[in-house]
Design a protein around this ligand. Structure first.
Ligand code: CP
Ligand code: NVA
Length: 304
């Protein structure tokens, strides 16, 4: 198996690498003490262009648990690329840190950071992808179902970053994934092509629809905010377009879906009702906890 060198997009990983990361995450979750010096002497930059709760805290605490040190950088000293170029920022960060975890507006910024720093860069969410989230979600489903190739996941909502990474992850692992989006909010065409090519290799079944009924019989239904951070669409228009895609108790029952998933933060009463979010079928806190274990598996793999 080739060594993990960065994590910009799940499509860069083989099935063997993704499977290994999930198995390692389970091991770290079961026996964290065994990994308590994995990042000894390492410093990792946590660079955020956008707000975060889960990603920021799970990386910070996770790095600490692996014996490393993190440096948090937000935009309070000015936006990235203004005081100095992204490339100069990256090459300077590389003088002191061993890796860069970055949440950015554009996937291109991650590539610039990776090229200029020559250090591993981990995508902590961009316009296009959220690979750390998808790894945590796959880990959560693995804990529930064990054999992911037998799992049917349905994503209902905006076909952007989180949806894209789930498509790639599901395609790599040979899962069944139904993606339901309103017209005009489907996945990016290039990402779809990538996912379809990966699905062909793995035997994954990828279906796109504009009808929530396509999610019937799925093991889990997953949704995300209707308006992503940095999104410029009119919130009133979005609310009207997305209203038929709300996940509520009636939808869960009608579609006979067992589990509910969400990357969070949730907008109660919009993409999901509190009744579903807080119900026994909701896996959202398991997903949130698993962010740390999945990311720690990535970090351990990068530095082992
Ligand atoms: N799911 C997720 O990435 O949460 P944060 O935006 O709080 O980091
Ligand atoms: N699609 C959401 C995910 C947040 C974790 C966003 O980009 O804001």
């Amino acid at each position: 198996m080739s060594k993990l060198t960065q994590l910009l997009c799940l499509a860069d990983l083989s099935q063997e690498q993704v499977t290994h990361l999930l198995d390692l995450a389970l091991e770290i979750k079961r026996d964290p003490d065994r990994f308590s010096t994995a990042l000894k002497g390492r410093s990792i930059a946590l660079l955020f262009e956008k707000p975060s709760l889960r990603t920021r805290v799970s990386f910070d605490v996770g790095i600490h648990k692996l014996g490393g040190h993190s440096v948090y950088l937000d935009q309070q000293n000015g936006a990235l690329g203004v005081r100095e170029s992204v490339e100069d920022f990256g090459s300077n960060l590389a003088c002191w840190t061993d890796a860069i975890v970055a949440r950015v507006y554009s996937q291109k910024t991650l590539v610039q950071l990776a090229q200029s720093s020559k250090k591993p860069v981990i995508n902590a969410l961009s316009d296009l992808y959220h690979p750390c989230q998808a790894l945590a979600d796959l880990l959560t489903l693995k804990e529930q179902y064990d054999d992911l190739s037998k799992v049917h996941l349905a994503f209902v909502g905006d076909g952007n970053n989180v949806c894209h990474s789930l498509m790639l992850g599901a395609a790599i692992l040979g899962m069944t994934l139904t993606v339901v989006t309103p017209q005009g909010f489907g996945p990016d065409a290039h990402v779809l092509l990538k996912a379809q090519a990966l699905a062909e290799q793995s035997g994954a079944k990828l279906t796109l629809s504009q009808h929530v009924s396509a999610a019937a019989g799925a093991d889990a239904i997953y949704t995300d905010t209707w308006l992503s951070m940095g999104g410029r669409a009119d919130p009133a228009l979005i609310e009207k377009l997305f209203a038929p895609y709300q996940i509520n108790t009636a939808v869960m029952q009608r579609l006979a879906v067992k589990h509910f998933m969400h990357c969070l933060p949730a907008h109660r009463g919009q993409e999901v009702t509190s009744e579903v979010l807080d119900s026994d079928c909701s896996l959202v806190l398991q997903q949130a906890e698993n962010r740390m274990h999945a990311q720690n598996a990535v970090l351990v793999s990068l530095f082992s």
